[in-house]
Write a protein that binds this ligand. Structure first.
Ligand SMILES: Cc1ncc(COP(=O)(O)O)c(C=O)c1O
Length: 393
């Protein structure tokens, strides 16, 4: 597929021109949203690319022209293509990837198959996306919610102290949605392994914006999805399941996509796939699958290491400038542990977000903070102009 990535959109006012050049800024033309607003909210929802729109329109054309006949060639192939290409992005094989509509549905399926009869403890943290603890709280298990002393990260020693031979699962984030801090997922997986527990790392805020290598991390389960940094929109998420350590997890919540002989239509027995597809349930949302293939077209072409470098430079510039202006963001102390989720303390973030929207800036809020997240399609003038409106506006 050929992607348009010609020079970028109208220049900012001369006073805001900065020397910080983003080598990926030419990608901006791929995202029409910038013709209307300054978009700085990719940690909520990645911007829509022309590639994703083209893929979804192509899917609609197929649906319109051939209906169900598409299943036998292009749509079945699209599912396989997505498992293959997302897998390659995180250094996994296609058979290690299951497709789902949400992280919550992935957690439900894993929860239905995880044996907690002898090991009742599930370790997670206060900083994780709440859908992670929600999955376990109603069950007959012991949920240990690790505290965060600084609201930014959870010390590795806390995992070390909480994970024991009663632990079935350690479920936590790769990048905390609350602070953007990168966790040492490899060390957490090692603690779990040493104690005979499984690790589940929620990489929704990681995959796409930072390089991820599930083999090197040694995690057992790794989740992520299209909504944010993978530019695939809603309705498509991914589960990586490491074959040698997760084979014993056979879900009770299942469906025909998890059946090894799906098209035998045999109602008398259920034989799960012996690879990660046993975690799949029903018919995938094809518009979302196609949108995600378009998102991957962009992510692959731009390259995750280059995306990380460009995004990190923008984020560091934003953080430095905010400090200069006295608006000290709540982020990890070291740049290497930071990602493009920047929380700026504010007394009335709801009013700020509304005022910024009126001025043409799309950002978000969390209690006590305006949350801003640049990505590789942003330029320094975006966040510099945003800060002027936020702090001087
Ligand atoms: C870290 C993290 N996990 C999970 C989710 C979403 O979970 P679900 O796919 O169940 O809506 C989000 C945000 O939407 C998130 O930031």
């Amino acid at each position: 597929m050929t992607l348009s990535c010609s020079p970028i959109f109208p220049p900012m006012p001369p006073t805001l021109q900065t020397p910080l050049a983003n080598p990926l800024a030419h990608w901006r033309a791929e995202f029409p949203i910038f013709e209307k607003v300054i978009y700085l909210n990719s940690c909520s929802l990645g911007a829509l690319s022309r590639a994703a729109r083209g893929r979804v329109e192509g899917y609609l054309d197929q649906w319109g022209a051939r209906g169900a006949a598409n299943w036998y060639d292009v749509w079945w192939a699209a599912l396989a293509d997505l498992r293959l290409r997302y897998g390659a992005l995180i250094n996994a094989r296609p058979g290690e990837i299951a497709l789902h509509p949400s992280v919550s549905s992935i957690l439900g399926v894993i929860g239905s198959g995880l044996d907690t009869s002898r090991r009742r403890r599930i370790v997670t943290t206060r900083l994780d996306f709440p859908t992670v603890p929600y999955q376990w709280l109603p069950r007959d298990v012991e949920v240990v919610l690790l505290e965060s002393p600084d609201g930014i990260t959870v010390p590795i020693e806390a995992f070390e102290a909480a994970v024991n031979d009663q632990t079935a699962l350690v479920a936590t984030s790769h990048v905390y949605f609350t602070s953007g801090a990168i966790q040492n997922a490899g060390a957490i997986a090692e603690i779990a392994r040493r104690n005979g527990a499984l690790s589940l790392i929620d990489g929704y805020q990681a995959a796409g914006q930072i390089p991820v290598d599930v083999q090197a991390l040694g995690v057992d389960f790794y989740t992520s999805g299209g909504l944010k940094w993978l530019l695939g929109g809603s309705g498509i998420t991914f589960l990586y399941a490491r074959p040698d350590t997760t084979a014993s997890v056979v879900p009770l919540a299942n469906g025909w996509f998890g059946h090894r002989e799906q098209f035998a239509f045999d109602p008398t027995g259920f034989t799960p796939h012996d690879d990660a597809r046993r975690f799949e349930t029903g018919t995938p949302a094809l518009p979302s699958v196609h949108a995600q293939l378009g998102g991957l077209d962009v992510i692959e072409a731009a390259g995750v290491p280059a995306i990380r470098a460009a995004t990190s430079a923008l984020t560091e510039d934003l953080i430095a400038l905010a400090h200069e202006r006295g608006a000290h963001p709540k982020v990890a102390p070291d740049a290497i542990d930071r990602t493009a989720i920047v929380m700026i303390p504010r007394s009335d973030p709801r009013a700020d977000v509304a005022r910024l929207a009126d001025a043409g800036f799309i950002v978000d809020m969390r209690p006590g903070h305006v949350r801003v997240s640049p990505y590789f399609y942003n330029v320094a003038d975006d966040h510099r102009a945003f800060l002027e409106v936020l702090l001087d506006g």
